[in-house]
Design a protein around this ligand. Structure first.
Ligand code: SF4
Ligand code: SF4
Length: 297
């Protein structure tokens, strides 16, 4: 455990990005307390002690490097290429965080320019990018954007000197061990195969008809709610699987089927087991689950 007097230096660099992870981070309820635990040398929006021009000179290092956006080696920040910046600061840093799916796996920007863009240590699920030799050292906080609480968890762990265990794709197991399906309020509908009739309705599951990736996606969005209150499925939208290395896929609102059988079934469940359970569940009609929870039409 580090003493509370220890303040790691932190630099937040941006690659090809929409700034979504920075904006998500600003929603962390205990952001002021978190920032007190670090000496922020550079962040594009938050108070910091150095300018981008000073950082771009690469004169000193940092303890923690947070990188947001896809990596494009030739892209410049204040006249210095990302290749030079990441090469310098990642070489110095004891901890490296890839914030969001673009920094983790390439994400949307890799999909549009795969010949240039990658994550810091992966392209999709394959080691790639400037830190491909440091897989396991880079903490991948995938998500589009990253959940602010997940960044809070990783940074507080670093400040406290607590190790962050990660999975094969560099994602902290404490955050990504579960599926986005865990904790969804629609689980009873999933079990009995009752589908949503209309987007936005509280009744029904979004898996079969509407492309929900909850049972296929490692994320804790229904355990640690967004803004402390909600998740996509709670407002009637399918999970798009944004924490997985194959994000983004096409046709996000569609579940691909073959002869009416979903092409992909929940992680860890065999297709045979899924079909057996589905067949049994569908043979029952549960009136309560067919009714509106609030009759407001
Ligand atoms: S809506 Fe999605 S996450 Fe919720 S129960 Fe259905 S499949 Fe699972
Ligand atoms: S619910 Fe799914 S799409 Fe939404 S943030 Fe979580 S993992 Fe991403």
């Amino acid at each position: 455990m580090h003493s509370r007097l220890y303040k790691p230096t932190l630099i937040w660099l941006q690659g090809v990005t929409c700034n979504g992870n920075t904006h998500s981070f600003l929603n962390l309820p205990y952001l002021p307390q978190l920032l007190e635990r670090f000496e922020v040398l550079y962040h594009p929006l938050l108070p910091c002690t150095q300018s981008l021009a000073e950082i771009a000179r690469c004169k000193r290092g940092c303890n923690v490097l947070v990188f947001e956006g896809a990596f494009d080696p030739e892209m410049e920040r204040a006249g210095t290429t990302l290749k030079q910046l990441v090469g310098h600061y990642a070489g110095e840093a004891g901890h490296i965080i890839a914030a969001g799916s673009c920094a983790s796996f390439g994400g949307i920007f890799k999909a549009s320019a795969p010949e240039r863009n990658s994550g810091l240590a992966f392209s999709g699920e394959h080691p790639d990018g400037p830190l491909r030799g440091r897989v396991g050292k880079v903490i991948n906080l995938s998500g589009c954007p990253v959940h602010p609480e997940w960044l809070g968890y990783a940074l507080m762990s670093i400040a406290d000197g607590r190790p962050v265990a990660v999975d094969d794709l560099g994602r902290p197991t404490a955050l990504y061990r579960h599926m986005a399906h865990d904790g969804c309020l629609r689980n009873e509908y999933f079990e009995w195969k009752v589908d949503v009739e209309q987007f936005g309705r509280k009744e029904g599951c979004l898996f079969y008809e509407h492309g929900c990736r909850g049972p296929l996606t490692h994320a804790s969005c229904n355990r640690t709610l967004w803004n402390g209150v909600s998740s996509k499925m709670r407002v009637g939208t399918p999970c798009f699987g944004c924490t997985e290395p194959d994000f983004p896929r096409r046709n996000l609102f569609e579940t691909k089927t073959n002869m009416s059988i979903p092409e992909e079934v929940p992680v860890g469940v065999s297709k045979r087991a899924y079909l057996t359970m589905t067949g049994i569940a569908k043979s029952f009609k549960i009136k309560r689950l067919e009714e509106r929870l609030i009759d407001d039409d």
